[in-house]
Design a protein around this ligand. Structure first.
Ligand code: CO
Length: 169
């Protein structure tokens, strides 16, 4: 069982910029696997370290169905190529029950480090491309609601405030 709590919108840690990982330690490896546990438990497809309370440049993604799990763990990710912006619907484990349309690059190429400190490159399209961009945003303290028009973000924040008052957030 995972000991991690997934932070919800409103927690100041989600607005804190994450720092680069310089040492590839056993603690970071353990955190990555605890994050995967927490993500699977919450039926999510991606989770960034800040959502678990750690301001370091690490996230986990698994867009595969439960019987075909194939996690992707990325440290210090950087997008080196991005093409073709399209509208895609997305959600976030820090915003349970909310889904919104956001413009993302359909195709990207990114560099990252593995848990062992090995440099890798990944080409991603569609859903995976969107997920990587969403998680990198978390490391830069950016949230998917930041892409919404003002009126929409305000109504969403109002709804969250209402939920918080009702003890549902
Ligand atoms: Co998210």
């Amino acid at each position: 069982m995972s000991k991690l709590t997934i932070l919800k919108y409103g927690d100041p840690i989600l607005r804190r910029k994450s720092i680069e990982i310089k040492e590839f330690t056993a603690d970071i490896k353990k955190l990555a696997f605890d994050m995967l546990d927490a993500m699977y438990k919450a039926n999510g497809v991606g989770l960034a370290a800040p959502q678990a309370g750690f301001s370091i440049r690490l996230f986990v993604i698994d867009i595969n169905p439960p019987d075909k799990r194939n996690p992707l763990i990325m440290l210090n990710p950087v997008i080196i190529k991005a093409e073709n912006k399209i509208d895609m619907e997305e959600g976030c484990l820090s915003f349970p029950t909310f889904y919104e349309t956001v413009k993302r690059f359909e195709n990207i190429k990114a560099e990252y480090m593995t848990l062992e400190g090995i440099k890798k490159t990944i080409s991603a399209r569609g859903f995976l491309s969107k997920a990587i961009q969403h998680e990198i945003d978390h490391l830069d303290a950016k949230l998917f609601i930041d892409y919404l028009p003002d009126w929409k973000r305000k109504s969403l924040e109002k709804e969250i405030k209402r939920k918080r008052k009702a003890g549902q957030w």
